[in-house]
Design a protein around this ligand. Sequence first.
Ligand code: PGD
Length: 765
Amino acid sequence: MTAMKSHSAHWGVFTADWQQDQLVIQPHPNDRDPSPILQNFTDALRHRARIAAPMVRKGWLERGPGADRMRGRDQFVQLPWDEVLDLLAEELRRVKELHGVESVFGGSYGWSSAGRFHHAQSQVHRFLNNVLGGYVRSRHSYSAGAAEVILPHVLGPLEQIARRNVTWEQIAVHTDIVLAFGGMALKNSQTASGGISNHVERDSMRTAAARGCRFVCISPIYSDLPAESKPEWLAPVPGTDTALMLALVHVLVSEGLHDRSFIDRYCDGWPAFEDYLLGRNDNVPKTPAWAERICEIPAEQIATLARSLVGKRVLVGVSHSLQRAEHGEQPVWMGAVLAAVLGQIGLPGGGYNYALGTLAHYGRRNNLAGPAALSQGVNSIQNFIPVARITDMLLKPGEPFDYDGQQYNYPHIRLAYWAGGNPFHHQQDLNRLAEGIRRLETFVVHESAWTATTRFADIVLPATLTLEREDLGSTATDPTLAAMHRLAEPYGQARDDYSIFCELARCLGGLDAFSEGRNAHEWVEHLYARTRLAWKDKGVALPEFEEFWRVGQLTVPQGEDDGGILRAFRDDPIAHPLPTPSGRIQISSPRVDSFGYDDCPGHPSYLTPVDVPNAEYPLWLVANQPEGRLHSQLDFGAYSQSLKLHGREICRLHPDAAAARGIADGEIVRIFNARGACLAAVRLDAAMRVDVMRLPTGAWFDPVEDEQGRMMCVHGNPNVLTRDVGTSSLAQGSTGQLTAVQVERFAGTLPAITAYDPPRTVSRT
Ligand code: PGD
């Protein structure tokens, strides 16, 4: 065996090498809880799902650009690289000349890979800015679309509230009670953007619980907190956490148990909220009895829980999942209000931390210096969409939309360019998305594998996987700086996104502006040199690049566990005001109120959702993150496959709900609603609410069409069922977490899974 080579991925820093043609991966030696998702790499490199050569959709090649109902159904023609790049350069020129770059959508949302340089979104944005002259972008993320907009109005920027706040170290030592709204599932904290060398969540929860810290899992699904935390379980109706929080606050306020001096000193806008809480304007006091009718948690249990919080170091956590739902802004805001009423914000291990436990790089100390990033250039185009509004943009060009207090118009997009994302994984209501994508004139995708998105594309360019190239791995909250060595030659004719864009830039006459005269290895050296300079400014000497590359991994020093802006604010609210309009915690917000949105009023409120179970579709579907992969990435990999049943994604159903429908464990079921249907294999699970079923995201979309052309996914992709509406007029975030469905035993002939087979190719006629 040769020496192990260093690499890094979203699931951890590792070393790897080949033993008898088998890729062997060893997680970082410091990693106390390494992620098995790393094992998806072992058979991915040469899998039949990889894209071997540039491809052009037959219909596009024959009929030229234009709306086409054949997208997603057509055959592909393999072309030589030179020819396909000339065709694409010509098409980019045509669209720019005829319609301007404001008709090019380059949002290209997606996680792609962990390296600092070959980060596909950065590459595509840099290309579109520096070579084409700009593009329509998207704002925010599917992860935190609602939180990213509401938090700055009421507490501070997402980055500060999610990532520079309470740490796992503090929880292990200080916290008495963790109220985990939406849980803190270890399946989620396997992942960190950029890669980390140690997963600390499981151990930290175990240590805290052993010390006597009480963890309360507030979720319809018990496994959203790990056994190590010895969780108590409250299972409210999905989407009703805000009502539960309001009732907790009602008990505290009506019994005089709230921290009045904290509210006076640190908060703004209490009276308007108190009027709502006590029902002075609407005659509806938000009592535990009121909340019980909404969230189905007994009033007495709510009151007991509220009283038990007083005088304790309490941490209120709100997960990403809670805000990926109708009115998702409300639990994010109300969680902060609950922590403020308890007087806990800014204390070590106490207060409020949005999204702690959601990703492995949250809840950690920050490094003294951050890693250098690739510049994306300057975008000349102001137009944007909130990221999850992509289908609306494609179907409603020119129409107005609300966002964060202003009204904008959707641009008319002719060409969409995607690298490093899978909209047919991430977007809601995939039948609707397909309608939108079919209206484009041209759809270009760089991908390493034949995802559903590539099958809807006109031009498909094969991209390398991270293991096939060199890069720099680093995250601002992990002390390991990792050389990412090449572990395999590119598959077939695959190229790095960077070299694809260099060739395109050459065709369009903008190579220097894009490459600055460097090849990929020189860029990695350059980014390391800039990172090294940043560390030098902090008085830390990192070795020369050659030495770094030889040793593979460096340990860098981290900063104090200082609690970020919330601690500084608590210590001295005059010297360190919050970046909110009042400089304080906005219990209510005159600014948000001034927008006049019924679906996001000026104080946190419980608002009844529209998409709820009914006689026809009586179950809640929770479409959350999967255990065996990150989103849809490497779904064909060994570990992801090992968690399927009969080759299908596994959905979980309560035994009573299954019995009522004559469904047995292990059978194939059809899950459906008015928007679509999918098949999945069922596992019975008593540790969830009886009216809830769970189908995680990420099974590759594998559609069969009915006579009307509506697609059913035979593999288990829940986004064929989810509803494509924004969280509210404020943030317009994704609402993919929850929808109403029915389920039945599937009695028909089981269609084969074809999602990993390359599409049909034909020779050029
Ligand atoms: P991924 O599967 O990670 O999903 O959506 P996202 O699009 O990020 O897609 C990344 C793609 O990039 C993969 O297909 C991978 O092959 C490709 N890729 C990786 N490396 C490279 C590279 O170097 N070059 C190129 N060209 N391609 C590369 C995720 C999104 O889904 C997110 S972040 C969330 S939080 C949402 N979660 C939910 C949810 O909870 N529920 C529902 N219903 N829907 C969701 N959608 C969202």
